[in-house]
Design a protein around this ligand. Structure first.
Ligand code: GLU
Length: 428
């Protein structure tokens, strides 16, 4: 993965400024929306298994809640920074607005590497995170969810701590809970499937059939696994997938020209998400450098790992055959790369549209939790498909009508809605 330093918050602000200009927003609205409404920085003391005390740094950023309570995941990442969390909270605001769900944008993080923490230490970290922000979050204020390196178990510990302190049951406080403990069927699949719902519509618009396409994917986490699963079900062929190797501290691309077998790859993947290289080679995979995923001769690229992966420096390496880029990750493309993608006429499905399936299903989970009545998986995924498809066409129609880049069209819709809500409330 690229090592060059990019400031995601500056990128998010630059993207915002461009569209604010296009929309002709007044100065006060711009000033309000360029920054988060609130930021919390805190220390989380954890008693480690060896008896020592360790202090972790945690964050929660609430970018905007004009359209509803803040919503967004909590990341556990060794390189977490407040600027990344600020950018991600802003992207959450636009994400909820573009799919038109009544929620705002927030994001949280902890600087830590969960690979080096025992289950007990992770539990203490989750409970400690809640203790520090308990007064500033809640079902009607700000609703967290899983994100990079956090999962349903972390969410349940956080919910339990929140409920202990508040005294009561508040299942609508957090989403991404385990199924049977207030979680929604389909939540695990939702982000990856959502990427492919939008990709399916993009292929239709370009008049190409999934079974005649090949794709290359970056990432082997929750988003990419389900994106690969559904894309393959539609008949598409994934020839390469790149993922992080914890032991070597770098990523590799695993390529099989006949098409990867997802279940087989997962069966040789360790609990940290790293693939066993020797076994992969035995099974006929070529092991290539981490960046090779983007250089493959394919029709579709799905960056579904982390931010700032397609940059001005490497975008020239992508094949002339690429027709669609579906951004499963948040912020995988820098503005310099955007310019090139646009010039090449590639159909880009921007991150906060493509990966909005996760938060949309979180919204369904919240609704079900609050009703204490749960839907079938078919019902959840059917509703998800409808929301994602409608959002995709709203963006693509605006892009066509106004000759806008897809990212700018998605921003125009989202920022317009949020600005209107701020205005209607009398904030600006
Ligand atoms: N972390 C996911 C995202 O970036 C989901 C957030 C949520 O469900 O609230 O969209």
């Amino acid at each position: 993965m690229s090592s060059k330093a990019f400031n995601s918050f500056q990128i998010a602000q630059a993207q915002f400024d461009k569209v604010a200009e296009y929309l002709g927003l007044d100065a006060a609205t711009r000033e309000l929306l360029r920054y988060p409404l609130r930021e919390y920085h805190f220390a989380i003391p954890v008693r480690m298994d060896d008896g020592s005390m360790k202090i972790f740094r945690g964050f929660r950023v609430q970018h905007n809640d004009a359209r509803g309570p803040g919503k967004g995941g909590i990341r556990f990442h060794p390189q977490e920074t407040i600027d990344t969390v600020k950018a991600l909270s802003m992207w959450m605001t636009w994400k909820c607005a573009v799919v038109d769900i009544p929620l705002g944008g927030a994001k949280g993080g902890v600087i830590c590497d969960p690979h080096n923490l025992s289950q007990r230490e992770q539990e203490q970290l989750c409970r400690g995170w809640i203790r520090q922000v308990v007064r500033n979050v809640g079902p009607v204020a700000d609703v967290p969810a899983p994100d990079v390196m956090t999962n349903s178990q972390h969410m349940l510990w956080m919910l339990d701590e929140f409920e202990r302190i508040m005294g009561g049951r508040f299942p609508g406080f957090i989403t991404g809970k385990p199924v049977g403990m207030g979680g929604s069927l389909g939540r695990t699949e939702a982000t990856g499937y959502g990427v492919v719902f939008t990709l399916r519509e993009a292929m239709k618009e370009l008049g190409i059939k999934a079974e005649n396409t090949e794709a290359s994917v970056q990432g082997l986490g929750n988003v990419s696994r389900y994106a690969i699963e559904l894309y393959q079900q539609l008949g598409g062929k994934v020839i390469a997938v790149s993922c992080w190797d914890q032991t070597d501290q770098c990523s590799y691309t695993y390529r099989k020209m006949k098409g990867i077998d997802l279940q087989q790859l997962l069966s040789i993947t360790d609990r940290f998400g790293g693939i066993n290289k020797a076994k992969a080679q035995e099974l006929g995979y070529e092991v290539l450098p981490g960046d090779a995923w983007m250089e493959q001769e394919v029709d579709i690229l799905i960056p579904a790992a982390i931010e700032n992966q397609l940059t001005g420096d490497n975008i020239g390496k992508i094949s002339q055959r690429v027709k669609i880029i579906a951004e499963g990750a948040n912020g995988p493309t820098t503005p310099e790369a955007d310019v090139k993608i646009r010039e090449r006429g590639i159909l880009l499905i921007p991150d906060f549209l493509a990966n909005a399936g996760g938060v949309t299903c979180s919204y369904f989970e919240q609704v079900q939790s609050n009703m204490n009545y749960f839907w079938s998986k078919e019902e959840v995924l059917g509703k998800l498909d409808m929301k994602m498809t409608a959002a995709y066409y709203a963006v693509s129609e605006l892009a066509r009508r106004e000759k806008l880049y897809m990212r700018d069209a998605a921003y125009a819709i989202a920022i317009g809605r949020v600005a209107q809500a701020c205005h209607d409330r009398g904030w600006v």
